[in-house]
Design a protein around this ligand. Structure first.
Ligand code: SAH
Ligand code: SF4
Ligand code: F3S
Length: 483
């Protein structure tokens, strides 16, 4: 970050903006600083921002990049959205309810904006990649100042300058990109752990899923850039990284010098000072024996694998375009559990996919009962315009889906409480993440298998890895004692 600041300070903003990135953005960051300073003098106080993130870890990581730019140009963080001068929603559109929440909150912001002449509202993220959303915003939400998408988030500073100079709604959405811009500012939410993008986009086109349409084609980051970023993070106090991609198992296929995800992990493992490596998400169809072997022998890769099954029915999996059968998935899990017996497995499941019969659903229940996941995210199928599944016949009635969903949730929760409790009495290595939200004599830490434990401690422990005796399982978490 320090290096970046030096570059930004050295930009000459009396000249035309450079064409190449990231220099172009450094130029606009410096330019934006002047506008923010002016506005802040007018207001007679520092200007503030509030970024709200919807959706997955990709979005969370993108939001850190937004915050990085906002802080560079002189905004200060304000947790209360109603008081902030720059409100940003980084949106998700994977299910319909995520969209509805954004429209609802935008309506409320209209009032806040009337009371604050400096207020700006920015919208970005996956929802903005859908043309019908942008149309609706243009006609019914005219109080929005800035709209951009997932492919040009690196241009954030430039777009802010455009907004300051034009005084009208700025919209910049790209359909796709093959560009990856490195070395932009970014502000981490946690000092001791960080998400690291290893790839962007998705090529799988699962038939229910909107992500490939809003995140574009799969692009892997150069391994050297990934390693360099992690080395910098470690130098800055980070001990745990979460490698991020929609399908990390297909990492490296489109690089000039192709490389597998397992090979990348081997390189990351060598980084001195890095203690823990996590990754998500793994698509079962691409999970290689090589990866299982790397996980088995690694000292740093956490004993946790998120392996979305989506459905237990081979028929439905075919219609979902997942490209594995129930049997292949079960066999894969068997292989993983044989190699790494203490691994914690989690999953995503969709209920009510078009054409799902009671028998199909029972196949899903069967997989859940056989595998006994540590935890599972269960979703009601949500119809996404433009995906193949939205046009399929036999959409399932709401009451049938709800009934199946409730049965599945109960099964998943009962199993997960049982699975969680098996560690009672053991000593685990735990990364202390925060003070306990309800009791300030306790800290909260995360084990390698992703479970949380609360134990006596103070703020000085945050970011440290310590040994904790797990005294009592409380369903989905533990109470423990530091050794
Ligand atoms: N790339 C990841 C998942 C990204 S979306 C993967 O392939 O596993 C996260 C989860 O949202 C998915 O695993 C799926 O379970 C769920 N999901 C995606 N589209 C959905 C839809 N249309 N309706 C309901 N759930 C959906
Ligand atoms: Fe969506 Fe499938 Fe890609 Fe995951 S792998 S993001 S579920 S299309
Ligand atoms: Fe949502 Fe986009 Fe992630 S649609 S789940 S925020 S990739």
């Amino acid at each position: 970050m320090k290096n970046i600041e030096k570059y930004i300070d050295n930009m000459d903003i009396t000249m035309e903006a450079p064409v190449s990135e990231p220099e172009r953005q450094y130029y606009f960051i410096k330019k934006a600083r002047n506008y923010v300073r002016q506005a802040s003098e007018e207001a007679g106080r520092p200007l503030t921002f509030c970024v709200t993130t919807f959706g997955c870890q990709m979005n969370a990581r993108d939001s850190e990049k937004l915050v990085g730019v906002l802080e560079q140009i002189g905004y200060q963080e304000e947790p209360n959205e109603d008081k902030a001068d720059f409100v940003i929603y980084n949106t998700c559109t994977v299910r319909e309810n995520a969209n509805m929440r954004v429209y609802g909150r935008l309506g409320q912001l209209k009032r806040a904006k009337k009371n604050n002449p400096h207020m700006m509202i920015g919208l970005c993220g996956c929802m903005m990649q859908e043309p019908h959303v942008v149309e609706k915003l243009k006609t019914s939400y005219k109080h929005v100042d800035l709209i951009f998408g997932t492919h040009n988030i690196y241009k954030f500073a430039e777009l802010i300058v455009t907004r300051y100079e034009s005084n009208r709604m700025v919209i910049d959405i790209w359909k796709d990109t093959d560009k990856i811009v490195e070395d932009l500012p970014s502000e981490r939410k946690f000092s001791f752990k960080s998400g690291v993008n290893i790839m962007f986009g998705c090529n799988n086109f699962c038939s229910y899923c909107i992500v490939p349409y809003v995140r574009g084609r799969e692009r892997s980051r150069n391994p050297k850039d990934i390693i360099r970023e992690i080395e910098k993070l470690v130098a800055d106090g980070v001990v745990e990284v979460m490698l991020l991609g929609q399908n990390v198992n297909s990492y490296g296929k489109n690089l000039e010098e192709p490389m597998t995800f397992a090979e990348l992990l081997r390189e990351i493992e060598k980084i001195e000072g890095l203690e823990r490596i996590r990754f998500m998400t793994s698509h079962p169809k691409d999970l290689s024996d090589e990866l299982i072997e790397v996980m088995r022998t690694s000292k740093k890769i956490c004993k946790h694998l998120h392996l979305p099954v989506q459905s237990g029915s081979t028929e439905i999996l075919k219609k979902m375009n997942r490209r594995y059968t129930k049997e292949q998935y079960l066999e894969l899990v068997r292989k993983i559990k044989t190699a790494i017996p203490d691994i914690s497995l989690t999953t995503d499941i969709i209920v009510g996919f078009p054409g799902e019969t009671e028998e199909d659903f029972l196949d899903t229940m069967d997989v859940v009962k056989q595998i006994r996941y540590d935890s599972a995210f269960t979703f009601i199928y949500s119809k996404r315009t433009g995906t193949p599944a939205a046009a399929m016949e036999n959409q399932i009635p709401e009451d049938v889906v709800k009934n199946r969903f409730d049965r599945l949730l109960k099964e998943v929760q009962d199993i997960s409480a049982e699975v969680c409790s098996v560690h009672e009495g053991t000593v685990q290595s735990v990364l202390v993440e925060s003070m306990n939200e309800h009791d300030d004599t306790l800290v909260t830490g995360r084990m390698s298998n992703n479970l949380l434990v609360h134990f006596k401690g103070d703020a000085s422990l945050i970011g440290q890895i310590v040994n904790v005796h797990l005294k009592e399982c409380k369903g989905f978490y533990y109470l423990g004692e530091m050794q």
